[in-house]
Structure formats: structure tokens, C-alpha cells
Write a protein that binds this ligand. Structure first.
Ligand code: NOJ
Ligand code: CA
Length: 564
């Protein structure tokens, strides 16, 4: 069956659109609120299509908008083929897709296959039907240990902290890799597999162009009768044989999905969220026989240093060439501290994105953070990201140079990572991810800075107005204008997925590479100015300087695009 792209003016039927797309992530509850109830909605997205169009993005990816109790910001899905009534209706969804397609913008939706919510009809049925029932087989239920089954089947910890097994009234326990409200599906069950194919077709038939696949590396599990302990689990290699993570046979699931994607013209696309240990393991998710593309978070966890960026870029371009996919680049998303803030903090040992988490855990003190430097480096890193071959995934608000909001009172917090941990054991998701999910500021002043007429579901700080769309629109040098110009030029300059390091310029703290057609990117990530290479200056992430002899200098923390 071949189904044409739907919608009055679906974007041109180019099957390779995803390879080098600039994709803008919308966290629907925090983007724009059309009906003034404090929660962003689909009509809000539709009302902002002109903004997205002027920004120049190729696609939007919407984080979950499905019915949900919001135990995990919507990643606890009650019904994967519905729209949360607080966010809109299916008709609103169709109108949004039509408006985006009308503006030439593709639509990617989030698919959450590892777990449902505990309010999903199947989970309710599983609870009602009791131990040993076929209804329980769609999830992962076990009897407990101990004389009366009062101990969990294993001592595992969930990704948000706290136990990964929860006991139900009749005494059995179920597995949840994430929050208690997110029971893991049993992917060995044919009905689970079939239902997801139905969901993929449901959205593809409504004109959705692609899917972002949540925790794509956790679906397949192999749980023996006697479960390994947490310590044993963490000692096991993640080489495709681990009982929980990145098992080889997960790719059989995605091969089935691929057959569904290919029923459509152009084929629907997918990008895997798979935090795996090596670029080699990641490439499997990006295979053309599977999901086709996978997020690469290597830049996101790195410091903005030329050496680190150079190694990461080289390794990932090699891997994408091997997998037949294109590379992806991410600096911010809804799970991490915004990069303008991260880059203003002194580095930590180990994974560098923890800088932000550690700072939040201390309450976000002004002492020790250099916000101006952070934003300068964020803008410089963004121009690197947007010049690389492959897709760039941008998170709403980064185009405004927004900083993380640290000042959220405990009483207003929403992230389960906050409630399931103590200050001492807060890990990667740590103090929570609410600070990057605060509703966007559209205007300098007014109710919720133009987000909506009725306040915002997370408190916005007073300084938000200065980073609003209104404050930056048309202002030369603003971060918004930088993104607009960069995205416009990127469309014009983007050619073959090739990159050559610029001999004689690239080296040390200066990262310099050329794309076909003479598009040179020079990023000065060191502490001192460097001579600006000759050529036509197209764009710079910050003001240039002049040497004593008048020659142009690329200051520290600045990137330039040059045509030669
Ligand atoms: C990854 C998502 O990005 C995150 O927001 C969510 O909490 C977990 N998966 C669980 O669905
Ligand atoms: Ca609303």
C-alpha cells in the first residue's frame, strides 16, 4: 500500500529531507498557550507557524501531547493514539499539521515504546485481571522474593532514582525502568508489537512525516527466572547481550517498523534516542533497515573545546558514513541544562553535561557562573553545529539564547527525577529538568510574557522578558537574528554531506572545516583572538575585532562562516 503525504500542501515529496534537516523540538506544554489555561497547546503551535517559518527550520519534533497524568512530562502515555484534552483535539492536530505543511515544515512526533502509563487501558486491565492472567503478559509482572513475596524481585533502581519494581494490591510486582507510573511493556508479546504498528500507521496516515523514538535501546529484554542483582547488572557488558539495554534483537522490532515506514511515499522517517556506549552500537539504530537515524549526544556532553569537538566530529562522520545514515547533532533538549548556562560554568571531571546538574543542585548560585561567556560560547557552538553535515536538532528557546531557570520553588516542580531522589543521590536527570521546560517568553511583559493569557504552568523569572522574541526580533546581533540568518544561509550553502578540515587554519584551539562550495567555518574556542581567514565573511557569532595593523581578528569564543 502506498499512501501519499496528506494535508492540503504537504512539503515536496523528497525522501531524503531528513538527512540534513534543522529540526526544532517543541515541548508542547511550554511553547504557546492559545486558550489561556497556563498549558501550551496545539492551537498555540499553529498560531506560531509564521514564527517557525521565519526562523527557517525544516521540521518540528513535538514531545508527547498524548493523554497523560504528567507523571513524567507526558512520557507517561495513557493513549498513544489520542491528544490530551488539555492540549487539544485530533482536529487541532490535523489543523496544526496542515499549517506546518503549508509552510513547508515537516512534522515529527514522539513515540514512547518502552512503557505506557499506569492509566493505560491495558495496564488497568492487567491490574483488574490478576496474577497469571493474559492481561498481565503485556507488561512485566513478577512475584516478589521473601517468605510472602514482600521483597521486590530484584534490587534495581529506576532511571529517576528509587526502586524499579512496584508492588500492586494482590502482591505481585511490576517493572518500571522510569517512574512508578510508567510500567514497562513486554516486547516479547505479539499484541504489544502489533499495537505499535497500529500507532505508527495512525499518525503516518494523519500526515506525520517522522518519529522520534524514546529510549529506543530498552525495548527488548531477556529476564531469566532468577533475576541478576543491580550490581551484577551493572557489571555486565553492554555488547548486545545485556538483559535490559541495547540487546541485539531490538533491531528486529525496528526492521518491522521500517516496513511500515516504507508503506508511505515518501517513507516515514525515525530518529532513535539511544544512549548507548559507543558510536558503533549507535550506528545500528541508524541503519536504513531500521530507524534510519539516531541521536548523537556526544557534543551535548562535551565541553566547548576544539580538541573534543574535533574528535567527536571525526568519529561521528566516520560512523554515519558506515551506517548509511547521516549524522545528527544536539546541544540542548528537554532533558538537560541549556547550553548557554552549561558553557558559563567551570568544567567538571567526567561527563561534562553534569556541570549544569551540579550547579542546579546548589540552587543555581550566580557566583561561579559567567553567563555572558556561556551565551557567547553557546552561539559559537551553534554555528559549528549548523555548519556540520547531517541534521541539527534544536530545542525551543535556544534561538533566544535562553538560560536555564534555576529559581523554581520546590512546590512548583514537576519532574519525577526531583521527587524520586534526595539531594545527595540526584544523578544525571538530577534536580530535575523543569528549568529548561519553563514556558517560552514571547513578549517583554504581560501575562506569562506572551505565552498565554492565563499564566504559565511553571514559573517564569523576571529576566525572561529581556530574552523574549519581542525583545530580540529585528535587533541586529540578537541570538534570534543570529539563528534566523544562520538557518537561512544553511539552506543556501548546504551541499553534499562532506567535510574537510581546513589545512593551515585548523589546529589547537581553532576548529576550522570546509564544506563543498567553499563554505568555511572557523571557530575560535581558545582564550585569545586569532586572525580571521580571508574570504567573504557571511556570518559571525559575535563582533569581530581589529589588530593594530587593521587586520580582522576572530575573538575568543567566536565562530565565523566565510565563503572562499
Ligand atoms: C527520554 C525522554 O527524553 C525523557 O524526557 C523521559 O523522561 C524518558 N525518556 C522516559 O520516557
Ligand atoms: Ca492551553
Amino acid at each position: 500500500m502506498t499512501v501519499p503525504a496528506t494535508g492540503p500542501a504537504a512539503p515536496a515529496l523528497d525522501p531524503t529531507w531528513w538527512r540534513q534537516a534543522a529540526v526544532y523540538q517543541i515541548y508542547p506544554r511550554s511553547f504557546a498557550d492559545a486558550n489561556g489555561d497556563g498549558i501550551g497547546d496545539l492551537r498555540g503551535v499553529t498560531s506560531r507557524v509564521p514564527y517557525l517559518s521565519a526562523l527557517g527550520v525544516d521540521a518540528v519534533w513535538l514531545s508527547p501531547f498524548y493523554p497523560s497524568a504528567l507523571a513524567d512530562g507526558g512520557y507517561d502515555v495513557d493513549d498513544p493514539r489520542g491528544v490530551d484534552p488539555r492540549i487539544g483535539t485530533l482536529e487541532d492536530f490535523d489543523a496544526m499539521v496542515a499549517a506546518l505543511h503549508g509552510a513547508g515544515i515537516r512534522v515529527v512526533v514522539d513515540i514512547v515504546p518502552n512503557h505506557s502509563s499506569d492509566r493505560h487501558a491495558w495496564f488497568r486491565a492487567a491490574l483488574a485481571a490478576g496474577p497469571g492472567s493474559p492481561e498481565r503478559e503485556r507488561y512485566i509482572f513478577r512475584d516478589g522474593l521473601g517468605e510472602h513475596g514482600e521483597l521486590p524481585p530484584a534490587d534495581w533502581t529506576s532511571a529517576f532514582g528509587g526502586p524499579a519494581w512496584t508492588r500492586v494490591e494482590d502482591g505481585q510486582w511490576y517493572l518500571h525502568t522510569f517512574a512508578t507510573e510508567q510500567p514497562d511493556y513486554n516486547w516479547a508479546h505479539p499484541e504489544v508489537r502489533e499495537d505499535f504498528l497500529t500507532t505508527l500507521r495512525f499518525w503516518a496516515d494523519r500526515g506525520v512525516d517522522g518519529f522520534r523514538v524514546d529510549v529506543a535501546n530498552s525495548l527488548a529484554k531477556d529476564l531469566p527466572e532468577v533475576l541478576p542483582s543491580a550490581a551484577e547488572l551493572s557489571a555486565m557488558p553492554k555488547d548486545g547481550t545485556h538483559p535490559l539495554w541495547d540487546r541485539d534483537e531490538v533491531h528486529e522490532i525496528y526492521a518491522e517498523w521500517r516496513r511500515v515506514f516504507d508503506e508511505y511515499d515518501p517513507p516515514r522517517t525515525a530518529v532513535a534516542e539511544a544512549w548507548v556506549d559507543s558510536p558503533e552500537r549507535r550506528a545500528r539504530y541508524a541503519s536504513p533497515e531500521g530507524l534510519g537515524q539516531a541521536f548523537n549526544f556526544d557534543l551535548l556532553v562535551a565541553d566547548p573545546e576544539a580538541g573534543a569537538f574535533r574528535r567527536i566530529i571525526t568519529a561521528n562522520l566516520e560512523q554515519s558514513a558506515l551506517s548509511g545514515s547521516s549524522s545528527t547533532w544536539v546541544l540542548s533538549n528537554h532533558d538537560v541544562v541549556r547550553h548557554a548556562t552549561r558553557y558559563g560554568l567551570p568544567p567538571l571531571e567526567g561527563r561534562r553535561e553534569k556541570q549544569g546538574t551540579a550547579w542546579l543542585a546548589e540552587g543555581g548560585p550566580e557566583e561561579g557562573i559567567d553567563r555572558e561567556r556561556g551565551l557567547r560560547l553557546a552561539r559559537a557552538a551553534t554555528l559549528v553545529e549548523l555548519a556540520l553535515p547531517g541534521s541539527a536538532y534544536l530545542f525551543q528557546g535556544e534561538e533566544l539564547g535562553l538560560h536555564e531557570v534555576a529559581e523554581i520553588p520546590d512546590a512548583d516542580r514537576q519532574d519525577p527525577a526531583f521527587f524520586r531522589t534526595t539531594p545527595e543521590d540526584r544523578g544525571f536527570d538530577g534536580v530535575g529538568r523543569d528549568g529548561c521546560r519553563v514556558p517560552l517568553p514571547w513578549t517583554r511583559e504581560g501575562s506569562s510574557f506572551g505565552f498565554g493569557e492565563g499564566g504559565a504552568h511553571l514559573p517564569q523569572p523576571a529576566w525572561f522578558g529581556d530574552s523574549s522574541v519581542q525583545a530580540e526580533d529585528g535587533v541586529p546581533g540578537s541570538t534570534l537574528e543570529l539563528y534566523r540568518e544562520a538557518l537561512r544561509l544553511r539552506r543556501e550553502l548546504q551541499g553534499a554531506e562532506e567535510l574537510t578540515w581546513a589545512a593551515g587554519i585548523d589546529g589547537g584551539d581553532v576548529l576550522a572545516f570546509e564544506r563543498p562550495g567553499g563554505w568555511l567555518t572557523v571557530a575560535n574556542l581558545g582564550a585569545a583572538g586569532t586572525p580571521l581567514p580571508t574570504g567573504e565573511l557571511l556570518l559571525a557569532s559575535g563582533p569581530l575585532e581589529a589588530a593594530a595593523d587593521g587586520a580582522a581578528v576572530l575573538p575568543a569564543g567566536t565562530t565565523a562562516w566565510i565563503r572562499r
